[in-house]
Design a protein. Structure first.
Ligand SMILES: [Zn+2]
Length: 544
């Protein structure tokens, strides 16, 4: 296996990709090198940026250097001894409609220039095309992908199997399913550039997920043309492992300054919001006033520093289990990105399957957007499918969440549990105390120390959607269990009567007796009153 996965969070992974020129750690950004117009030389990329891999275009190399590249080898030609990936030139063909090179020639040429990672000459679907045309590009790409295994001569090059289909999700799924059956070491999602240029990040979510869900999960996925740091965390969270960026250089040419939350024109900037070597030694004014090619190089460097920095932050977030928080922060940089975050909810169950169950840090709950988090989906599944209450439990007691965790060790609950024990003695086992809590819904007391039920922080007051979600979970739980009675303590200031309303509906339908006790505050005093309330009603029940 050329790809080893070391850490995971959401669908993201930190991995190690083995090539004949060495190992690289993913997620990784490969700067695009165009030797004809290159602001930063590959040697400088290695020395100043610690850049271990880059990508160049076999079609352009062939056009400019022809046999020279084959004689010298691509590493010597570029002056770079790290990992080199070559794209096939399919994108140039898309743009210029050039067909002067046959797919077999490009396979042969990439082998002869001694590249490390190679891409077949696929047929990019393009953007403004019909479904029928898109279908043809998928079919032709697949035919070329199959042919590769008959014509390639070397076994030490990693081959990339591209997934096409453009904006047609059904075609991406089909393309991924079929190309994934071939023994490619890496896959790539083709032609999302227009999607990125037009900020259609929610569509990008669908595209990546269609590829991801149909490709072998253990192979790395490359996302072509995703060069802006403000969307790296989105792509990484969805399971993209490698990226290429020409954007750092193209933006620099147009005096555009990248940040991890968006792009500025250099003219707009009074201050430089960055601490890279370029920005700490120049002011915005100095950059504006210097000769164009000098400025272009410095901006390209800055852009690259920002890209690499963002990837380091993402990797750190992955090992800490905070990638969701990081993603959420980035997605608030632009409405189009937030739209994408909302779209992720559609795939929450799939993402949950591959997300780790234990993390190094607790989770932060900001708003209902976080309801798509794997931890919340997982808890819901656990409660609804796998969980059953203790055998002796006949009566459900629902208490509101407390700031202190675990809930059963909070001052409020400790007081309540002690009183119930005093009043009912051994019989108190018939009461099953559960906490209703954002964002998990029902938290049975006997499991409330299991991660992350005690390891989370919630921003209160809760939003309406969150309250609604918890109320639904409570009702769903009563629906699937067989308690004889339900006692509910509702903190109406926090929960607005929503838990009571939802319990009432389900209890009436199931013919369960529900006793609701409303309080303005949940504290030791109300704990005492609630215990009395239960004891009084239970006493009545005995005499009836
Ligand atoms: Zn900078």
């Amino acid at each position: 296996m050329c790809f080893e996965i070391l850490e995971r969070d959401l669908l993201a992974r930190i991995g190690r990709l083995k090539t004949k020129s060495g190992k690289v750690e993913t997620p990784i950004l490969l700067p695009v090198i165009n030797p004809a117009v290159q602001p930063i030389q590959p040697k400088e990329l290695a020395e100043k940026f610690g850049c271990k891999a880059l990508i160049t275009n076999a079609y352009i190399i062939r056009k400019h250097y022809g046999e020279k590249a084959a004689e010298e080898g691509i590493h010597r030609l570029l002056g770079f001894d790290g990992v080199i990936m070559t794209d096939s030139g399919a994108y140039q063909i898309l743009v210029y409609g050039d067909v002067e090179v046959a797919p077999e020639e490009i396979v042969d040429y990439q082998e002869r220039i001694n590249t490390d990672i190679a891409v077949i000459l696929d047929v990019p679907t393009g953007w403004k095309v019909s479904h029928k045309h898109a279908e043809e590009t998928v079919r032709e790409t697949l035919a070329r992908a199959q042919k590769l295994w008959k014509i390639k001569r070397r076994d030490d090059i990693l081959w990339v199997g591209p997934v096409q289909g453009g904006k047609f999700i059904d075609l991406i799924s089909e393309s991924a399913r079929k190309v994934g059956k071939l023994p490619f070491q890496i896959h790539a999602l083709g032609s999302p550039t227009p999607v990125m240029e037009q900020y259609l990040f929610d569509l990008l979510v669908d595209m990546i997920m269609a590829a991801k869900m149909n490709l072998p999960i253990d192979r790395p996925l490359h996302l072509f043309g995703a060069g802006h740091p403000f969307m790296f965390s989105l792509a990484v969270a969805l399971g993209c492992d490698t990226f290429d960026s020409a954007a750092y250089a193209i933006y620099a040419r147009e005096s555009r300054y990248m940040t991890e939350y968006g792009t500025f024109r250099l003219e707009e900037l009074e201050w430089l919001p960055c601490s890279c070597p370029v920005c700490t030694s120049h002011s915005a004014k100095e950059l504006r006033e210097m000769p164009k090619n000098e400025r272009e190089k410095l901006l390209a460097m800055h852009n690259l520093y920002v890209c690499f920095e963002e990837l380091r932050k993402i990797k750190q977030a992955i090992i800490e289990g905070r990638l969701w928080e990081h993603l959420e922060m980035r997605c608030h940089s632009h409405p189009a990105l937030l739209k994408a975050l909302k779209k992720i909810g559609k795939y929450a169950e799939y993402i949950e399957k591959y997300s780790p169950t234990i993390k190094r840090s607790g989770l932060f709950y900001f708003s209902h957007l976080d309801l798509a988090r794997p931890e919340i989906i997982r808890h819901k599944r656990k409660i609804m499918k796998d969980y059953s209450p203790p055998e002796k439990a006949k009566i459900l007691v629902l208490l509101p969440q407390t700031d202190e965790k675990p809930f059963h060790k909070s001052r409020e609950q400790k007081r309540f549990l002690k009183l119930i024990k005093e009043k009912f003695g051994e019989k108190s086992e018939i009461f099953h105390v559960c906490t209703y809590a954002a964002p998990f819904g029902i938290v049975p007391n006997e499991i409330d120390e299991v991660y992350p039920l005690s390891q989370h922080e919630v921003a209160s007051p809760l939003d309406e959607e969150t309250i609604e979600y918890v109320a639904e979970q409570v009702a769903g739980y009563i629906e699937k269990t067989n308690y004889e009675r339900v006692f509910l303590l509702e903190n109406i200031r926090e929960w607005k009567g929503k838990i009571a309303a939802s319990c009432k509906a389900i209890c009436r339908r199931k013919g369960i007796k529900l006793f609701t006790f409303n309080v303005e505050k949940w504290n030791r005093a109300t704990a005492e009153r609630f215990a009395d309330f239960i004891s009084e009603i239970m006493g009545k029940g005995k005499t009836e």
